[in-house]
Design a protein around this ligand. Sequence first.
Ligand SMILES: [Zn+2]
Length: 290
Amino acid sequence: MMPKTLTIKGVSRREDEVKVAGRNSLGSYYRQLSVVPMAIAAVIAIPSPLQQTQVQKQERLAIAPSQQFDRPPAPKAFSVPSKFQNQIVYEVKLKEKVIALTLDDGPWPETTLQMLGILKQNDVKATFFWTGQAVKQHPQLAQRVVADGHAIGNHTMHHWYHHMGRNIAAREIDDTAALIYQTTGVKTSLFRPPGGFLKNGLAGYAKQQKYAVVMWSVSSADTDRNAQPQAYVNNVLKGAKPGAIVLMHDGGGDRSKSVKALPLIIAGLKQQGYRFVTVPELLEMQQPQK
Ligand SMILES: [Zn+2]
């Protein structure tokens, strides 16, 4: 009954991320249908942009009651220095050998927990960029990531790449922020645009809202399914430099190869003399000394 993967056409790079975005959209789409029988007629077709808007409105209503916890998590904020609010950041210019690992598209079953274990074992704090959909599906995993002391960023609700008007962009970002807060007590000023696309309306809205738009300077290229984990490791070790921001994924698909690469990446960077910081810590380091 459930259709297979919805693939958005016309985007060739990071294809697996696109597929996952589509599958996630359908997942929540179906959940909405179970509580909104009026929408059943819409199930037959892949949602048009207009239908997506309608689904989004329903999701807005559905977020609050579905995310009730016995005890609200303690509030926690990941803010950025004012000079980075409303800026796009690829890396930070530093002499000190510090580097920030970022993990996108989770929280995700198995791989997120495996990576949390590796990070803990190595005493490394990373920065996780979450999609609202994944947070909705795995609230306990989200709470676990926060409890482990990692930094959190907003990666939109649906991981869409297409161009969005201001209202849709606002929903994608604001609803995700609200969901992250309701689930974990975290407020974040970090935003990463899905696929790194800066001109589809999302980054523009995020800048208006004083987010730091966090890109990356080194990609592990771990969305390349044909590559071996060692290739991800080599990509990072070759590109590493002081103040770099490294892109990896803990979610959005089968990330078992990323899990295999992570301890080798950490060991290799430590061997090169690097210390690991979160993105907010990295941004703070470029502030003038007081
Ligand atoms: Zn992503």
